[in-house]
Design a protein around this ligand. Structure first.
Ligand SMILES: [Ca+2]
Length: 250
């Protein structure tokens, strides 16, 4: 998933306007490590947790203080696999790998790796819902719901925007009874009805990307963490900031 996109950004920006837009306002911004190739972002017990993959600072798990952006702890760089999406059930942190076909478990709240669980295919984004079911993306237009304990497949949900398959679904987040997703090489977050797979709204974050000084093709938004009612922490690959935004209009 590191191939250069060329005109793909323009294509996605045009494609994703085929749904109602959600507006937002910035509540706060905190520093973000510009070496962090962000692949997953969550809030657990009031702290921000981030998964990164190579290149830049490599595959890591970080704990970040939402008050000031300080990195409280970070796992050692591990380049034996390419870290991807992140989720937590409160007992463990689950970090996907891009092509190693394993989810890596860390004993929460430490960041000591403990075990792995195999799965088939690529891993991109990961989220957990209130039923403790995982939602996983793999770069296609289809999300996979997985059992929390064994990571076995429970169901597959095709995602459609304006009736057409929406491919390259990436980082995920469960928020306000819906699934929010980044789309690789896009500056947008899509809101997905988890029952039908239909995209019901789009948030355009291109203005934040510019503010964060993220100019390269790959430096797109790719971090969503629920921060309570109507609020999300968002960032992107190699961005200089993490932003707390409030969704102001459906
Ligand atoms: Ca997330």
């Amino acid at each position: 998933m590191r191939v250069k996109a060329g005109l793909a950004i323009l294509f996605c920006a045009v494609h994703l306007v085929a749904a109602p837009m959600i507006q937002f306002k910035i509540i706060r911004e905190i520093p973000h490590d510009r070496d962090a190739f962000t692949q997953g972002l969550i809030v657990q017990d009031g702290m921000i947790w981030e998964s990164t993959g190579s290149p830049g600072g490599g595959t890591r798990i970080r704990q970040i203080d939402p008050a000031d952006g300080r990195v409280i702890k970070s796992s050692k760089r591990n380049d034996s696999y390419f870290g991807e999406g992140l989720a937590s059930d409160g007992l463990s942190l689950f970090q996907l790998s891009w092509q190693n076909q394993k989810v890596y478990l860390y004993r929460y709240p430490s960041i000591a790796p403990v075990t792995t669980i195999p799965y088939s295919g690529e891993g991109w984004g990961l989220a957990i819902d209130p039923k403790n079911q995982f939602w996983m993306s793999n770069g296609s237009d289809t999300l996979t719901i997985r059992d929390c304990c064994r990571f076995s497949v429970l169901k597959r949900i095709p995602v459609r925007l304006d009736g057409k398959p929406l491919k390259k679904l990436n980082e995920l987040e469960w928020h306000s009874n819906a699934l929010f997703a980044n789309v690789w090489y896009s500056d947008s977050i899509v809101k997905i009805d988890p029952t039908s797979g239909k995209v019901t709204a789009v948030i355009n974050l291109s203005s934040l990307r510019k503010k964060a000084g993220a100019l390269g093709d790959e430096q797109v938004v790719n971090g969503i963490a629920s921060a309570g009612k109507n609020r999300l922490w968002v960032t992107g690959k190699f961005w200089s900031k993490i932003y707390l935004i409030e969704l102001t209009q459906k």
